[in-house]
Design a protein around this ligand. Sequence first.
Ligand SMILES: [Zn+2]
Length: 106
Amino acid sequence: MAVVLRQKVSAKILGERGIMLDKKLAKQFPPVGKEFTLKYGDVQDKVCIEVRDCECMGPERPHQHPFLPLGAIATALPWGAMRRIVIVKVSANTYEVRPEVKGGQK
Ligand SMILES: [Zn+2]
């Protein structure tokens, strides 16, 4: 098992119910449009990487980012200030979201 993503749970993620990825990070997940299972505790959902328009470099430089929707996981997570999560790849088609444990998961 490998940690593919460490992420602070922000208001942006909560609002968008998903995580914008850079291209390098997106390679850790199945390709755009390919369904996989995302788990958090007893909750699981089928999601796939999407492509979203983005203006993070200003409206004059529109571009796109891969986006990981959290699906049902978004509501299940114990959201809170400064909460951190990791996403672990448990098999080719299954990824698990876990609270980040300090000094824990490798
Ligand atoms: Zn951007």
